[in-house]
Design a protein around this ligand. Sequence first.
Ligand code: ADP
Ligand code: MG
Length: 249
Amino acid sequence: PTAEPAILQLKNLRKSFGALKATDDVSLTLRRGEIHALIGPNGAGKSTLMRQIAGGMKSDSGTVHFAGHDVTPLSTVARARAGLGRTFQISSLAMEYTVLQNVMLGALGHEGGAMRFFRPVMARTDLIEQAMQALQRVGLENHAAKRTSDLSHGQRRQLEVAVALTLSPKVFLMDEPMAGLGASGSKRMTGFLDGLRSEAPILLVEHDMDAVFALADRISVLVYGRIIASGTAEQIKADPVVREAYLGA
Ligand code: ADP
Ligand code: MG
């Protein structure tokens, strides 16, 4: 995919919390057809960066270009509607609502908390259909009427994928989709993500290195808010700086 044009381009992104530089001059591209993995130790700034891309966290400086447009001034909802995927995280689900309702909200580009938007939407059959299709793709169609709080951890992860699918994003942003899934769940998710890349490229934050090495066309390593290395799985595995800083070898 190196010849493909960049669909997502981050330039010099920074975000500080007080004296802490969570992301510190991060530039990175995601090209069509690729899975680009972002790895790094806890606290490296990976989730902060994902939020800066999705729009949930305002950057101190730097720009996000998506599909040829500067989306830096846009809100999360506007970015999601433009096709920039939402971040994948269970915390955005509304636990007291049903599985189907959560997916329908996702189809509108809203986070689970934005329930004031919900009532008039209940009756929209086009949205119901779209949401059911997404549930089918992740294998949750028989749980549509369940309360989200009654789902297992693995099912909540599947639900978040369904929410991410609803807007047919041009880019998927996934923050640790394998977390807490166990071996068989991780394997299933790996296969699912592998198939997803033909639909839209994926920026994937993940700690499961088996999954990362199996999936990623390129890997960037973030440490203390800075990208210290970027390359193919082979290059990253062989990089002495990365081995010392992150892989612990
Ligand atoms: P990662 O996802 O790589 O584990 P995070 O992006 O979550 O890292 O966090 C990077 C650093 O920024 C950490 O030191 C974290 O404590 C801090 N941090 C993240 N979000 C906030 C916030 N909202 N307020 C203050 N500090 C934060
Ligand atoms: Mg994180």
